[in-house]
Design a protein. Structure first.
Length: 128
């Protein structure tokens, strides 16, 4: 079961990071590289990663017998946590080098996806 959950977490991380970076480039053409750009990119990356994961689970691709689609409450918590991840990504992107929309979006998507993945792990854990 751990390997199957790892596959779904990697889907969330990869899709969230790629979508965040791509939308960072798209939004970067329309606005200054700031915290709003990070929040929009991170939120979009988080939603895309969660939808991609649920799509794979519903189709039964690479999932085990215990894997199931996430409920709406986990999606809502993921949206809330994406704000924290996006702002953390913005801070890291500005500390690493001069703010670039692609880097801001990529870091925002990555950190938001990490927090979403932690929510998925917490949801799948059974209490002892």
């Amino acid at each position: 079961m751990a390997g199957i959950t790892m596959v779904s977490l990697l889907v969330v991380l990869i899709v969230g990071t790629v979508v965040g970076a791509l939308l960072g480039m798209v939004f970067g053409n329309a606005m200054e590289p700031n915290a709003l750009l990070a929040v929009l990119s991170g939120l979009s990356g988080t939603i895309a990663g969660a939808v991609a994961r649920n799509t794979l689970v519903e189709q039964g691709i690479g999932v085990g017998e215990y894997e199931e689609a996430l409920p709406t409450s986990v999606f809502i918590f993921a949206v809330v946590s994406s704000f924290a991840g996006s702002l953390a990504g913005f801070v890291v992107a500005t500390l690493v080098h001069e703010p670039s929309p692609a880097w801001i979006g990529g870091f925002a998507g990555l950190f938001s996806s990490v927090l979403t993945s932690l929510l998925v792990v917490a949801y799948h854990m059974s209490p002892r």
